[in-house]
Design a protein around this ligand. Structure first.
Ligand SMILES: [Zn+2]
Length: 101
């Protein structure tokens, strides 16, 4: 099983929640008697923004970043959902990686 991505149930919950918020936005905007195209475009924008926010937050959950301690080096390693041993191994690699001269 791939544990680096949210599960199917979590993805369904995110899409359902974002869809519900977009529908509520559409109902709110309907009281202003906006044209249907405007209402749909605003609701779709709310759906897209919320879905992007939740998927970005879900991807960041459990992400570890290790950087080289040298000030002029930009070597960076990002890991998602790894165990403590693997995390420690990459932390040491980032701290002692070979530099090109
Ligand atoms: Zn370095």
């Amino acid at each position: 099983m791939n544990s680096s991505k949210p599960g199917l149930l979590a993805q369904a919950a995110m899409v359902t929640g974002c869809g519900a918020m977009a529908a509520l936005t559409g109902v709110d905007l309907d009281s202003y008697h906006l044209p249907l195209a405007w209402n749909l475009s605003c609701s779709t924008a709310v759906f897209s923004a919320l879905l992007h926010l939740t998927t970005t937050a879900a991807a960041a959950w459990g992400t570890r970043t290790h950087r080289c301690p040298l000030p002029d080096c930009d070597f960076t390693v990002r890991l998602q959902h790894v165990d403590a041993g693997e995390n420690r191994r990459w932390q040491e690699i980032a701290a002692h990686h070979p530099h090109t001269l």
